[in-house]
Design a protein. Structure first.
Length: 184
């Protein structure tokens, strides 16, 4: 299997670079398999040392208040989809611990929400949501860090509110993982 992986990557890279329908089919298929994307851009780092892992004390993670800071442009069902999307991503990342009581809350403001229109769908859809997010200790209400968390979809098969919620949940989990102790 280890010998097969480099060959598969080479074929995928060549196919993604292929022009026309073949490249589109492959990128859309990859979009189905991989889903939405999530990333984060730290504004106030959780720790000054890039190697520090101070979030190991937290066993529980939850969505706090996330508000629409863009005059109601965010679809109403987006915020309702976010907690389940976060639970799914936390489970996949194996960040839940059955013991302990420390809880980390993610709260913030939606500062950008974009849905692809007809033109965007034809030229290559880009949908994204950006949330100025605070990572907060639930007990003390102390802000541990601030980042812009971004959920993004770039394939036609990934458009929609639920996909952007999944992408944003991936961004939240990536941010937590970046300061969580490595699995042993």
């Amino acid at each position: 299997m280890k010998k097969l992986a480099p060959h598969v990557l080479i074929v995928l890279a060549a196919a993604l670079a292929a022009p026309g329908c073949v490249g589109t089919i492959i990128t859309e298929t990859a979009g189905v398999a991989l889903g939405a994307k999530g990333t984060f851009l730290p504004i106030q780092p959780v720790a000054a040392d890039k190697n520090a892992r101070p979030l190991g004390a937290y066993q529980h993670f939850e969505i706090g208040t996330i508000t629409d800071d863009i005059a109601g442009k965010t679809p109403g069902d987006f915020l309702g989809l976010l907690p389940a999307a976060l639970e799914k991503q936390l489970k996949e990342a194996e960040l839940r611990k059955p013991t302990g009581t420390k809880t980390l809350v993610l709260r913030g403001k939606i500062i950008h929400y974009e849905s692809s229109g007809t033109l965007g769908f034809a030229l290559g859809p880009l949908e994204e949501v950006i949330v100025r997010t605070e990572m907060v200790d639930k007990e003390s209400n102390k802000v541990l860090g601030v980042a812009n968390c971004i959920g993004r979809t770039t394939e036609r098969v990934n458009v929609g509110v639920d996909e952007k919620a999944e992408g944003l949940a991936k961004a939240f989990v990536k941010w937590i993982e970046s300061r969580y102790p490595k699995k042993e």
